[in-house]
Design a protein around this ligand. Structure first.
Ligand code: FNR
Length: 338
């Protein structure tokens, strides 16, 4: 038995293996309405046929002004539930579990409307200056995450991941580089964590199934959060009942990042050890052997695969072959699979 193909049970949901399709925006909602299109059904459905354990939908906006672009997937109104539910039926029919990443872009939204952030600081010289959020905006946004969780439940998702990474709105609150507030949502790390804390608490009123949080665990800036800060955030998230930290990095402020195979795994391993919370590893993990090493050495509990799964929807079969594991076929393919 290979660790990559061992099931994992979290809060009564069994993921059939440790392979997660990493959330990846496809900007493919044709009518700017945030609804699922035939593209999404084919795109995610084919990875389910390819035996990915957990298929995570791309960042889905909890408010229209929280989209990165007007073609983003959305979960801000009840009309969007039907398409998401149909998509989940498709994914579940091939034995895969499904997740949705709840997101708000904050100052990184590229929209004609007003954009928001904890402080009125633009991402770079080419981006718009955001409006500083008032307490009322903060409360409304927290409520939008809660309503989105309720819709995720109605659409039959198995897992929710909160997108608190890559310099989007929640990350803008967490980081001292982007949060210059002087009220209770800014200042020390406990205050900067308050927005995410209130989001998690309100989501948990609606959502009893597994809950993940994606963090950017290195801000690549000396004035930014340190790994010790991320261990603190992860420890707090564990106390709030979060089940797993998905450990990514970067995107808060412009920075040169050196990438190489498994470049984020060291942060993931450290957070797992120090905070005692299960973690997901992501970032240039491209082979079954590489994934197996990370799991067997207990450096992570799940392996998120991004671009390798864009290139090859059947990545799981390639990894299984590398690990000499006899991957079960979807019912329809039994005669031609192995
Ligand atoms: C991404 N990534 C990403 N991350 C995220 O948290 N939410 C998202 O919606 C997206 N969108 C997205 C689109 C595309 C086209 C790519 C390539 C990436 C980041 C992604 O989930 C992953 O963390 C990185 O791609 C690194 O993993 P890989 O690709 O090296 O396996």
């Amino acid at each position: 038995m290979s660790a990559l193909f061992e099931p994992l049970e979290i809060k009564g949901i069994t993921l059939k293996n440790r392979i997660v399709m990493s959330p990846m925006c496809m900007y493919s909602c044709t009518n700017e309405d945030g609804k699922v299109t035939p593209f999404h059904i084919t795109h995610y459905g084919s990875r389910a046929v390819g035996q990915v354990g957990l298929i995570m939908m791309e960042a889905a906006a909890v408010q229209p002004e929280g989209r990165i672009s007007s073609y983003d997937l959305g979960i801000w109104n009840n009309e969007q539930i039907k398409g998401l539910k149909a998509l989940n039926e498709q994914i579940n029919s091939y034995g895969s579990s499904s997740a949705i990443q709840l997101a708000h872009a904050g100052r990184k939204a590229v929209l004609d409307s007003l954009i928001y952030s904890p402080s009125a600081l633009a991402f770079n010289e080419n981006s718009k200056i955001p409006e500083e959020m008032r307490i009322n905006d903060i409360k409304t946004t927290i409520d939008s995450f809660k309503s989105a969780a309720k819709r995720a439940k109605l659409a039959d998702f198995d897992v929710i991941e909160v997108h608190a990474a890559h310099g989007y709105l929640i990350n803008q609150f967490l980081s001292p580089l982007t949060n210059k507030r002087t009220d209770e949502y800014g200042g020390n790390r406990e205050n900067r964590f308050l927005f995410l804390k209130e989001i998690i608490t309100s989501i948990k009123e609606e959502w009893k199934k597994p809950l993940f949080v994606r963090l950017s665990t290195n801000e690549y800036n000396e004035e930014g959060n340190t790994l010790d800060d991320f261990i603190y955030f992860s420890t707090q998230l564990k106390k709030l009942g979060v089940d797993l930290i998905d450990c990514s990095s970067g995107g808060v402020v412009p920075a040169a990042i050196s990438v190489y195979p498994g470049y984020q795994v060291k942060y993931c391993e450290k957070i797992k050890r120090e905070s005692g919370i299960p973690t997901g590893a992501v970032g240039l993990i491209t082979s079954g052997l590489q994934a197996e090493e990370i799991l067997q050495n207990e450096r992570a509990d799940l392996i998120f695969i991004g671009r390798a799964l864009l290139r090859n929807p059947y990545w799981a079969t390639t990894a299984a072959a590398e690990l000499n594991y006899n991957l079960p076929a979807p019912r329809q393919y039994k005669r031609g699979w192995n």
